[in-house]
Write a new protein. Structure first.
Length: 524
């Protein structure tokens, strides 16, 4: 007889229940519903019995468990986890607490100040406080109790040894009390009057003494502050007074004698030179009068100038002259600013072509601002101007005419990045009209192209030729040294070729440096 569906279902439920109970007993909680946690570490000198699996409480709330405890470099490293909903901050602190007087240990966490930022997962809590050692506390209490017991025994022995003396002292105190009572009876009125006066005096002191004490304290503080602030000055003053008194004691008699002597000598001089002194005073009076007249004349001149009279007055008071001078100064200032910002570059180079020809050039680039510059080049090309001559008999002779060629272009820079930009050039290119484009993706790399010579003046006898298109790459190697290569005459099949060149391009600063270094060389 087979098992029914109900029996099979019951067996399955029992097996599932046993498995679920085993997971709960083994792991303490259901893994599927376990919240996400974050791990941190903290170091203690002594954990006082803290164990793996102990509770972790954040601000008193159960938040996680201790997952690992290890001894690392004479310190105990405690690794613990807390639920993600609890946030710890950079100034968080940890201490070991006890559940009850003799209860289990747990890790107490103070989350810290949110304004200092959150503590990242895996980081360590810096501030930690060890747990109170109960065994040590009990030992200290036992020692204290033992000390109290010894004190009690010593007091008992002291009382036994001095019992007679104590009885005698008590008897004397009794007799003294009786005598004082009789004295009080005999002087009751006097004591009452004395007590009344004491009460009155006390009341007066209660009213006046606090303000007097406050005034004295304030005066004491002020004197203390004055002495503290000027302690070095007071010491120096006392020392100087002591030295001065010693010097006066020695020098004062001699000084008085010298003054008496000087007074007598001055009296003799005045009596001997009385006429000269009178003459000197008269001369000073004349000089003062002349200075007064000169000052009056100067005032007259200045008033004339201020009124606009005379040549100088007109120059000073003329508004048009002032505006002209101001405009001139402003123009000079603007010109000086342009000259200061202008950068100059000087270059030399040469190129060799696959057909066997060569080209040399010298360039001058003037850049008054970052977005604009002017290019001037003097070019010598071995290809020259090619033409043919017809000789009697039907022969043709190919000749070349060599002339220096001039490049004069204006260029505009359009920045497309921090150190990259596109340049458009236009003007004369080797004595003919032309345009050029430069792409600078990096400060050491320049990709360029030039289109010129639409009428092909270099080959006047050849027809149906397209303009000369040159495309190349220029790489800056070291300092001012660069190399360039690319294709030449790309639009004409029979003239197309490659070229390779090199050159030097000096900036204004580099030229100043070179010229400054050459200035110290001996010249022939």
């Amino acid at each position: 007889m087979g098992l029914t569906t109900e029996i099979k279902l019951g067996i399955f439920v029992m097996i599932t229940s046993f498995a679920f109970g085993f997971l709960v007993i083994t792991f303490g909680e259901i893994p599927l519903f376990k919240p996400k946690t974050k791990s941190y570490t903290v170091y203690f000198n002594d954990v006082g019995g803290l164990s793996v699996g102990a509770e972790v409480r954040v601000a008193g709330i159960r938040a996680g468990k201790v997952t690992e405890i290890n001894l690392e470099k004479n310190r105990v490293k405690v690794k613990f986890s807390v639920e993600e909903r609890f946030k710890l901050y950079k100034d968080a602190s940890a201490q070991i607490g006890t559940l009850g007087l003799m209860g289990d240990r747990y890790l107490a966490i103070k989350p810290g100040n949110p304004e200092l930022g959150e503590l990242k997962e895996g980081e360590s809590i810096i501030s930690s406080e060890e747990a109170a050692d109960t065994d040590k506390l009990i030992r200290e209490l036992t020692k204290t109790a033992e000390s109290f017991r010894e004190v009690a025994q010593n007091l008992s022995m002291l009382l036994e040894e001095n019992r007679r003396n104590l009885k005698k002292a008590l008897s004397n105190l009794r007799e003294l009390t009786l005598v004082l009572g009789e004295i009080a009876k005999e002087n009751r009125e006097s004591l009452r009057s004395l007590i009344t006066q004491m009460v009155y005096l006390t009341e007066n002191l209660n009213r006046t003494l606090p303000s007097a004490i406050a005034s004295m304290e304030r005066l004491t503080d002020e004197l203390g502050d004055i002495v503290a602030e000027n302690r070095s000055d007071l010491r120096s003053l006392i020392s100087n007074m002591r030295d001065l008194s010693e010097d006066l004691k020695k020098e004062l008699p001699l000084m008085v004698a010298n003054l008496n002597k000087l007074s007598s000598q001055l009296e003799e001089i005045v009596s001997e030179n009385r006429q000269d002194l009178r003459k000197t005073l008269s001369n000073l009076s004349d000089i003062t009068e002349k200075l007064r007249r000169s000052s009056q004349r100067l005032d007259n001149i200045l008033s004339t100038i201020e009124s606009g009279k005379g040549t100088v007055g007109k120059l000073i008071t003329d508004d048009e002259l002032y505006e002209s001078v101001t405009k001139g100064a402003k123009l000079f200032g603007e010109a000086g600013e342009v000259i200061t910002k202008t950068r100059i570059y000087v270059g030399f180079g040469g190129e060799g072509y696959s057909q066997g020809d060569a080209k040399g050039y010298m360039s001058l680039r003037i850049q008054p601002e970052k977005t604009t510059y002017y290019l001037l080049e003097l070019v010598g090309d071995s290809r020259g101007r090619v033409y043919t001559e017809q000789i009697i008999g039907g022969d043709e002779i190919v000749k070349k005419e060599f002339k220096p060629e001039l490049t004069l272009q204006i260029a505009k820079n359009f920045f497309i990045g921090e150190n990259s930009y596109l340049t458009i050039r236009a003007g004369l290119k080797e004595s003919t009209g032309g345009v050029g484009f430069d792409l600078i993706p990096h400060k050491r790399v320049r990709i360029y192209s030039d289109l010129w010579d639409t009428g092909r003046k270099d080959r006047p006898r050849e027809r149906d030729l397209n303009p000369n298109l040159q495309i190349g790459i220029q790489l800056r190697l070291v300092g001012p040294l660069y190399t360039r290569f690319g294709g030449d005459d790309m639009l004409n099949d029979k003239l197309r070729g490659a070229f390779l060149g090199a050159g030097l391009n000096f900036s204004e600063d580099y030229l100043k440096y070179l010229l400054g270094g050459l200035g110290g060389l001996p010249l022939p």
